[in-house]
Design a protein. Structure first.
Length: 493
């Protein structure tokens, strides 16, 4: 038998049976990767790494595939290994920075994007990712400088132009934001994503009719994208055209039948009642809102519910435990309610469905414990008589039927415990609750009275309030402070 000559060149067997060199295999995988055929590309990258475990290109590219699949920790490990083996490749650092940015870790993203730019100063994508990370930290001036570098290096960089426009708008520079969007739109008039971004900006600036025109043009180009129809629905709703908004939400559901947000908002447009907003809708709403939540609510919407609830609670005579409360903050959000109550708390626990809201609340360092989870599920897990005070600032607006909540609140509160909460006002006393076109629920004064009597609460404090503004108009609400009575006056069923 003839002995085959020994070869130092590693080879890889492709899925079609062809045996090729490692460089050729990586090229084939990269072509599949670029075409969006990620699973097939991943198979080849794995085969390359079996042949050459320290192949930096395969490690890097397989890390990108992992990131695209949402396996971010795996992506960090793979790209990090590539960087350890060859720390002088700017692309590796940039893509690791982008992965950290996707993970919500802007500090790590900034470190690697800066390293990429130190290695390659004319790298527009690294400037873009650095700008996005800086913006996530609220460093808007620095972010704008980086976006400007990106578009200076790559004049047709649509994402960077949009990022620049969004950031200028955050700074209140609406005219400059529009100019940035119009600059690139004049060169790419048929880019659906860009038209949509322009529509979002116009709607934010109050130019709803112009926004609708841009959304319609985007949809004419890409009628298969649900987000475009959703954006158009929001604009129609702002215009007061609920029939057209409903039609848009129906189209979203045709394209994405399991879209909980679209289903809930369509119900609101059609006045179709439900007991509570779906988890997916609430989590998506507040995850997307987390970064700008505090500033937008307090400055633009004139939101003061946490302060008003805090004042009501602090008006209660001091307790036997030194005036301190064991407090459970239901739907704690970013912690605005916790700020008001920290000084009177012995223990402060927060629950919220949105992980990004909880992350913001954790940054305040005022809660003893923070829990991500559904309110109904988390309350059911708690031991009886565990808290002196339960607070809920504008959380019941996402729950129509409050019966299960009142049941659990009575169980969890200690004797003479307090339930402090707000609701949006429903003037029609003949109804218990109502799903408004905003997607939020309203409850009547009579309904809260019935629930209080049924579940053993007496009213210590009540006040009609203006809870926020909606499209520039005040939203009426009710503020309550209820006391847990020793005995319930009616059975629960």
């Amino acid at each position: 038998m003839t002995r085959q000559p020994f070869s130092l060149i590693a080879t890889v067997r492709l899925p079609d049976g062809t045996t090729v060199s490692v460089p050729a295999a990586i090229q084939a995988a990269a072509q599949l990767h670029h075409a969006g055929r990620l699973r097939k590309a991943e198979v080849i990258y794995k085969q390359v790494l079996q042949a050459e475990p320290d192949n930096v290109d395969a490690l890097h590219l397989m890390g990108l595939v992992a990131c695209q699949f949402g396996n971010h920790e795996t992506a960090v490990g793979l790209i990090g290994r590539a960087i350890k083996l060859n720390p002088k490749v700017a692309m590796f650092h940039n893509n690791l920075g982008q992965t950290y940015l996707t993970m919500g870790k802007p500090e790590e993203a900034i470190t690697h994007c800066k390293e990429a730019l130190a290695l390659q100063p004319d790298f527009p994508e690294a400037y873009y990712n650095l700008a996005m990370a800086l913006r996530a930290q609220g460093r808007l001036d620095e972010a704008i400088v980086c976006f400007e570098h990106a578009v200076r290096l790559k004049s047709d960089f649509i994402g960077a132009w949009v990022g620049l426009a969004e950031t200028l708008h955050k700074q209140g520079k609406g005219d400059e934001a529009l100019a940035a969007c119009q600059n690139v739109l004049s060169r790419h008039p048929d880019d659906a994503a860009l038209l949509s971004s322009m529509g979002i900006l116009l709607r934010a600036l109050g130019r709803v009719d112009d926004a609708i025109a841009h959304y319609k043009k985007a949809i004419a180009l890409r009628p298969d994208i649900p987000e475009l129809h959703n954006n158009l629905a929001i604009a129609y709703k702002a215009q007061g055209n609920l029939a057209e908004a409903a039609a848009c939400y129906r189209r979203v559901l045709e394209l994405r039948p399991n879209d909980e947000s679209a289903r809930h908002l369509l119900n609101a447009m059609q006045q179709s009642m439900s007991d509570y907003a779906p988890q997916g809708y609430v989590q998506e709403t507040f995850d997307n809102y987390a970064e700008k939540f505090d500033q937008h609510l307090t400055e633009k919407l004139e939101y003061r519910v946490p302060q008003l609830l805090g004042e009501a609670v602090k008006g209660v005579p001091e307790r036997s435990n030194g005036g301190k409360f064991d407090i459970l903050d239901l739907g704690c959000g970013t912690g605005l309610m916790g700020v008001e109550l920290r000084d009177i708390s012995r223990r402060l626990v927060g629950i919220d469905l949105s992980p990004k809201m909880i992350a913001k609340a954790r940054e305040r360092s005022i809660y003893d414990q923070l829990v991500v989870g559904d309110l109904f599920e988390q309350l059911a897990k708690l031991e009886p008589d565990g808290f002196d005070l339960l607070t809920s600032a504008d959380v019941f607006v996402y729950i129509g039927n409050l019966t299960p909540i009142f049941e659990q609140c009575y169980r969890i509160l200690r004797p003479q415990g307090l339930l402090a909460f707000s609701v949006e006002a429903l003037p029609d006393e003949e109804k218990d609750f109502h799903l408004a076109t905003t997607g939020r629920y309203q409850q009547s004064r009579a309904y809260i009275g019935k629930l209080s009597q049924r579940f053993g609460f007496s009213e210590m404090y009540f006040a009609p309030i203006q809870s926020r503004k909606e499209e520039g108009k005040p939203v009426s609400g009710y503020l309550y402070l209820l006391l847990k009575q020793a005995n319930r006056t009616e059975p629960t069923s």
